[in-house]
Each structure stands twice: as structure tokens, then as C-alpha cells.
Design a binder for this molecule. Structure first.
Ligand code: BGC
Length: 763
């Protein structure tokens, strides 16, 4: 399995369900001439005015059985595993499917690209590191998500790739999950919209997009064998809903099924998930590809809906599939359908008509885009006494402490790791950024703080490894800014929510020495902050990307006003969580999450019972149990103030309007949030996010905000009717600036229930 990867270095027809926000390598590899240009009259599929289904069918009619088999599996581990053969035409990414030159069908070159294009160093290329997807989601900005995806698509195209494997949309059920930084949020609607927009941005560059890991790959501990349990209704209304929305928005070429089991069956051979929900109910037209070595069978997987086996060395979909087709245990029609889905996706994305053109990635444009996204994503969590923004004329001395802020910003690990330009900023060495090591990118907050501060300000930097030394530096400065980090990676969950490496002690020591202490977090997910009452400022910067240093410094000095809101609850203590410990992870002493965590490849097979919280994921759980979080979902401060008034809801609950006023002295963005509590008969006694709008208001400006409400978000999933139903009864609609601060309330009665959509009966 993946543990032996020694070189891991590196819209369906349900449009009305959609939310309100809209805000040549392959050819060269085969001879240098784009296939379209070579089209001969007998290529009846070459006409770009034909629909992708017709074009795919016409091409498939010309394929031999061997050619079809060749398309439904990858060509092996390639560059991911030292010593593995690398096929001709392989572009140095995570996956490769050879094309069919005689039909001018290009190769598929797949690249991991969750937060930027991975493994650029091996080829001597550059790739932009974006903020984490979790960070992006704190912007709640569908346009920023589109921009994010378009940076990835642009750079993939320049590097000669034609398929992205990113688009993580698993819900954050487990705040210690090592991959939360690749995911979006704990809310299905926020996640679905943001990741769907991200995938649209990728595909706007004629790159095949992907949404992953389908589904309930919500922790890394035991991920290859664990059995995630969740009732069908809860699954539909939470984790599946995020996928449903993202897939409807983006219509991606691919959906990657996950390693784990779901209610007994492995996700990549799970008939319910693949055939029934994804393809039949949602009408997904693309192909299902396995996560790397997540396939467990030939006949069962093929019949359950898996269309492509990756990376392919396991041979389930090579000769054994051919034999299964010849013997009739997998019908020929099923193989044709698998191939159809793949080739159709290639036509639909444009990778055949407009193959990638190799060019030089623009690092400056990438950094500017990354910084812009980060500036919308930073969340100001605490600002006691208005310590922020720092006023250059008034701050004469600053102690910057810890987090390697002198050299750079932290990034997340695993298959989302982007190679750092110049190597790891804290340990520069030539080559790719190695697997299993925290990698810092050269965007130094210290340097950027120096640029923002007034000339003559005394700014010192001390490392964070010695609290006594740090406290001494803090004591002799007017303001202390402590950078704390939490490194997270694929393959490992944090054992606890505590910051690793005794950084809590560091902050406590600095805060005791200097009353004007500001903490800046660079982290992969929620952490606890026992020192919160003793510091004045808390700034959540996530993994901030290559423009991170600038964005952080600009925010600290008030060049921009903070506008991000938390996409995930920050618990005060782990005992408040539905699962006080990561399931399957033996408790250990110490608070070093990385060291004390279990890895995915431990051969274990255990249930993870998500029925404990069921539909009450994240903030819903805290409301249901009446527990106070440290910082609630949807929360974030600004340098200005917003006042909400005049809520109106139309009689059918399809539209809300309210007034929003910037009552402060400076311009700023506000994310206005709308929550709905369904009638008691729904059995969901908690509010759920149903819409939001991000707005820019000048100082003193007042605006009427109109927000349509999708009927889907007022509905429950009826497993009897196999459909979404908007229940009848009393609804409560609440509006405000955080899930825990909703000043506007409106109750309304809807007399009759309504079927929101019929499922799409198409295999
Ligand atoms: C990860 C996927 C990734 C694949 C290829 C797997 O371990 O779970 O997200 O795309 O490797 O690198």
C-alpha cells in the first residue's frame, strides 16, 4: 500500500438545487501535432460541434477490446514509487493512462493538485502554493474559490497535465484529521459550493477536474480498512450533500472513491455509493477513479460502478478485467460504459480539442492570486482593546517570536505537498520536498512586518524553542507577535488538538511577559488555546500560501480589514466533541500530534461510528448539546462593525432580505449568514446554514441584502421516497454574522410539504 511509497516526495439536471452563488502535452507526447489538427475525414468524432457523448461513442466504436482495457487503469506507480517503471509519455505526476495514438486519443496525465501542483521539482518546474483549502473556505467567497481553481488549472496546463486530482470535499467531522487542510468545512453547503467553484476554476482551463475522496474519508487513522458507519439519511444530508452540490456545480470529469469502507463495503466497490447515489440519483456523467490502491476486486468493483483503477499495478482492471469481459462476468456493455465515461470526460473538458500548451508558469501572478485569496481568508479571532491593527507611528518596538517567521510560512504535507521554491526554507536542500517533513515556503512574515512598520521601529526575532529567551525578548518590546504552527499531513491524524512542541507553554510565557501579545496561527485545523484569555490578539492564518507573509503583515498593520469567518468550530476542549479521541487511535501521552498519531497504513479494521453525531456535525453538535465552543463556526472579527436589521422572509421561504450597515469608521467586508431550523417533525433540532453573502461596505454604508434560499436547504432526505422533501410546519430563519450570534429571527409556517426533486433515473 501507500506506505511503501519511498518517493512520495514530492451539472447534473438539478440546476434548481444549486445555490445562489455563481459568481499539448498529450498531443506532443504522441508526435507533436494536436489530434484535432490531424483529424481525417474518417474520424467521425472530430467535429467539435457534436456533443461529447456522441463523440465518445463514435470513437469507442473503433476501439479494440485491448484498447478499451488500456483506458480503464493507470500505468503504474511511476514517479511516485522509487524504482517503479515510468511509462513513455508520463509527465511526472501521480498518474498516467496511455492514450491511443491511432485514434488520436491523448494520454491522460494526472497531477495531485489540492493546494497547488505537486511534484514540480522533479521536472525542474515551479508551482504556486495556495492557502489551504480550509483557509480558502474561511473566505466564504465562491469567486475566490474559482480563482483558486483557475490558478491550479493554469499551472497544470502550463506543465503539460490534463487532469487535476484535487477537489477534496470530505466534511470535517474529525477536527484532528490530518487532511483537514485539504478539505473545506464542517458544513455540507459551504463545502459543496466552495469546492464546486474550485473545480469549475480548474476546468475553465480545459483541464479535467476531480472531486475526492468519495466518501467519509474523514480521518487518516486506519483509513485503508476502517468501516465508516452512518445511516443513509444522515449520509445524504451531510457528507453526500457536500459531494452532490460540488458535483452539480462543477460537473467534474472524475470522482475519486476513497480507501475506507462505508457501511460495510469498500467505497471503491460500493454499489450504493457509486451506482445508486452518484450515477443514478445524481446523474453523474463522468468516471469514478479509485484512490491509489483503493481497488479491492475486479468483477465486484466493475459492477459496483468503478470506472478506472489507479495507479493500476494491482492489475484488477487489466488482464483480469479482460478475462471477466470475455467470460461474461462483466458485460461488454459495462466496459463500454466505463470507457464512455472516460472519453466523454476528455471531450467535455476540452483536453482533446484544446490540449495543454507547455509554457512558463507565471510565479508573480500566482503569488498575487494566492495573496489575494489569503487576505480574504485570515480570520481575526480576538482583538482585546483593539490592539489590532497596529499603528506604525505608535509601535516603536516589536518582538517577533517563533514559527520560523524569519524565513517563511508552513505548508501541509502528503500528496497535497507543493515543492517549495529553493527547497524547504528552514532546511534548504536540492530536490523535491520530502514526504513526512514540515515544509516552509519562502514568504517571511518577519520581513513583511519590517516593511509595514515605520522606519526606525526596533524589530527583533527570536526562535520559539526556548520560552525563557522568548519571554525576555517580549518583555523588552512594546508588542510581542508569536507565530505558532501545527503541521498536519496525509497519513496521520493529530493525537490531540493541542499545539505540538510545547508551543502552549511558549505563548503562556510570552503573554506573562508582555500584555500586548498577539498570536498568529499557521495550522491545518482547529487547535485548543488554553492561553486565549491572556493574549490580546489572535489571528488565524491557516496554511497561508506563498503570499502568506505579505497577507499577514498587511492585515496586522491594517492595510486590509480582516474578513474571514471560521469554516469549522474550534472546540474549547476535546471532551466536548462527539468523539473525544480519534477513533482507533490509542491515547498516548504528550502533545506532539505528529509523533503521537497513528498512520493510515496500520493494518487495522475497525468501525468509526459517525452515528454518534449523525447529522449534527460541527456547530450543530455544539448547539444540540448546548456546549460552548472556543470560537464558533461562522465567527470572525473585523476592524469595523456591522449592524443587521429589518429581516423579511417571503411567504414561501424562498427569499430573505435584510439590512446591513457598516457602522464603523472604515471600509470592510462582511459575510452575512442565514441559518434555518426545520420544524420539529424533521427531527433535526439545530440550525443549519442555508445561505450567505459576502459584501463590501464603505464606512457608514447601508445596504439591503437579498438572498434567495434554495428549497434543498430547507429539506430533509426521505429514504422512503428516495427524494428530498421540504417538510411542513414552523420554520425559524435566523440571520447574523456568526452561527452563535444571529440577531435577526423570523418564524414562518409552511402549511404543506413539498417534494424538492425527483432523483434522476439514469445509470
Ligand atoms: C491520496 C490521494 C492522492 C493519491 C495520489 C493517495 O494516497 O489519498 O488523495 O490523489 O494518493 O497521490
Amino acid at each position: 500500500m501507500s506506505d511503501s511509497r519511498t518517493l512520495r516526495t514530492g451539472a447534473m439536471a438539478i440546476v434548481f438545487l444549486l445555490p445562489v452563488f455563481w459568481g499539448t502535452f498529450a498531443a506532443n507526447a504522441q508526435g507533436g501535432i494536436p489530434p484535432a489538427a490531424q483529424s481525417a475525414p474518417q474520424q467521425s468524432w472530430a467535429d467539435p460541434s457534436l456533443d461529447p457523448d456522441t463523440r465518445a461513442d463514435r470513437m469507442i466504436d473503433q476501439m479494440t477490446l485491448d484498447e478499451k482495457i488500456q483506458l480503464v487503469h493507470g500505468a503504474g506507480w511511476g514517479v511516485l514509487r522509487a524504482g517503479a517503471p515510468v511509462a513513455q509519455g508520463h509527465n511526472g505526476g501521480a498518474g498516467f493512462v496511455p492514450g491511443i495514438p491511432r485514434l488520436h486519443l491523448p494520454d491522460i496525465n494526472l497531477a495531485d493538485s489540492a493546494v497547488g501542483v505537486r511534484m514540480a521539482a522533479l521536472q525542474g518546474r515551479y508551482a504556486t502554493l495556495l492557502p489551504s483549502v480550509l483557509g480558502l473556505s474561511a473566505s466564504w467567497d465562491p469567486d475566490a474559490a474559482f480563482l483558486y481553481g483557475s490558478v491550479i488549472g493554469r499551472e497544470l496546463r502550463a506543465q503539460g497535465f490534463n487532469m487535476s486530482i484535487g477537489g477534496g470535499v470530505d466534511l470535517i467531522r474529525e477536527p484532528r484529521n490530518g487532511r483537514n487542510f485539504e478539505y473545506s468545512s464542517e458544513d455540507p453547503i459551504l463545502s459543496g459550493i466552495l469546492v464546486g467553484q474550485l473545480a469549475r476554476g480548474v476546468q475553465s482551463n480545459h483541464i479535467m477536474g476531480d472531486i475526492k475522496h468519495y466518501v467519509l474519508n474523514d480521518q487518516e487513522t486506519g483509513r485503508n480498512t476502517l468501516n465508516a458507519l452512518l445511516t443513509p439519511r444522515a449520509l445524504r444530508e451531510t457528507d453526500l450533500l457536500a459531494f452532490q452540490i460540488a458535483i452539480a456545480l462543477a460537473q467534474p470529469a472524475g470522482v475519486m472513491c476513497s480507501y475506507n469502507r462505508v457501511n460495510g463495503d469498500y467505497a471503491c466497490q460500493n454499489d450504493f455509493l457509486l451506482n445508486r447515489v452518484l450515477k443514478q440519483d445524481w446523474g453523474f456523467k463522468g468516471f469514478v477513479l479509485s484512490d491509489w490502491e483503493a481497488t479491492h476486486s475486479t468483477v465486484k468493483a466493475a459492477l459496483a460502478g468503478l470506472d478506472m483503477d489507479q495507479p493500476g499495478d494491482d492489475n484488477y482492471f487489466s488482464e483480469p478485467l479482460k478475462q471477466a469481459v470475455l467470460s461474461g462476468s462483466v458485460p461488454q456493455a459495462r466496459l463500454d460504459r466505463m470507457v464512455h465515461r472516460i472519453v466523454r470526460g476528455m471531450f467535455a473538458a476540452g483536453v482533446i480539442d484544446q490540449p495543454p500548451v507547455r509554457s512558463v508558469v507565471d510565479p508573480f501572478r500566482g503569488r498575487d492570486d494566492a495573496r489575494k485569496i489569503e487576505e480574504e481568508s485570515i480570520v481575526l479571532l480576538q482583538n482585546t482593546g483593539g490592539i489590532l491593527p497596529l499603528v506604525p507611528a505608535k509601535v516603536r518596538s516589536i518582538a517577533v517570536i517563533g514559527g520560523h517567521a524569519d524565513v517563511g510560512v508552513l505548508s501541509g504535507g502528503g500528496s497535497a505537498q507543493v515543492d517549495a521554491p529553493g527547497g524547504n526554507a528552514i532546511d534548504p536542500k536540492p530536490g523535491t520536498s520530502p514526504w513526512g517533513v514540515p515544509i516552509y515556503f519562502p514568504s517571511s512574515p518577519l520581513r513583511c512586518i519590517r516593511r509595514q512598520a515605520a522606519a526606525g521601529t526596533n524589530i527583533v526575532y527570536v526562535q520559539g524553542d526556548d520560552p525563557t529567551r522568548a519571554a525576555k525578548a517580549a518583555a523588552s518590546a512594546q508588542v510581542a507577535i508569536v507565530f505558532v504552527t501545527q503541521w498536519m499531513t496525509e497519513g496521520k491524524d493529530a493525537a490531540t488538538l493541542s499545539l505540538p512542541d510545547r508551543q502552549d507553554d511558549l505563548v503562556a510565557a510570552v503573554a506573562a511577559a508582555n500584555p500586548n501579545t498577539i498570536v498568529v496561527l499557521e495550522n491545518g485545523g482547529p487547535v485548543t488555546m488554553p492561553w486565549a484569555p491572556r493574549v490580546k490578539g489572535i489571528v488565524e492564518s491557516w496554511y497561508p500560501g506563498i503570499g502568506g507573509g505579505q497577507a499577514i503583515a498587511r492585515l496586522l498593520f491594517g492595510r486590509i480589514s480582516p474578513s474571514g469567518k471560521l469554516p469549522v468550530t474550534f472546540p474549547a476542549t476535546e471532551s466536548d466533541l462527539p468523539h473525544p479521541q480519534v477513533t482507533g487511535l490509542a491515547p498516548r501521552t504528550g502533545n506532539n500530534g505528529a509523533d503521537a498519531s497513528a498512520t493510515h497504513n496500520q493494518a487495522r479494521d475497525f468501525p468509526v461510528d459517525y452515528n454518534v453525531e449523525g447529522m449534527a456535525v460541527g456547530y450543530r453538535w455544539f448547539q444540540l448539546k448546548n456546549r460552548q465552543s472556543l470560537f464558533p463556526f461562522g465567527f470572525g472579527l473585523s476592524y469595523t462593525h456591522f449592524v443587521y436589521s429589518d429581516l423579511k422572509v417571503d411567504a414561501g421561504a424562498s427569499n430573505v432580505s435584510f439590512n446591513l450597515r457598516n457602522s464603523g469608521a472604515r471600509a470592510g467586508d462582511e459575510i452575512a449568514e442565514v441559518y434555518v431550523t426545520l420544524p420539529a417533525s424533521a427531527g433535526e433540532p439545530f440550525r443549519k446554514l442555508a445561505g450567505w453573502k459576502r459584501l463590501h461596505l464603505a464606512a457608514g454604508e447601508s445596504r439591503t441584502v437579498e438572498l434567495p434560499l434554495s428549497p434543498l436547504y430547507l429539506s430533509i432526505y426521505s429514504t422512503e421516497k428516495n427524494a428530498w422533501v421540504r417538510p411542513m410546519g414552523d420554520f425559524l430563519i435566523e440571520v447574523g454574522g456568526s452561527s452563535a450570534n444571529l440577531p435577526l429571527r423570523h418564524s414562518l409556517h409552511l402549511a404543506a410539504s413539498a417534494l424538492v426533486t425527483a432523483n434522476q433515473p439514469k445509470p
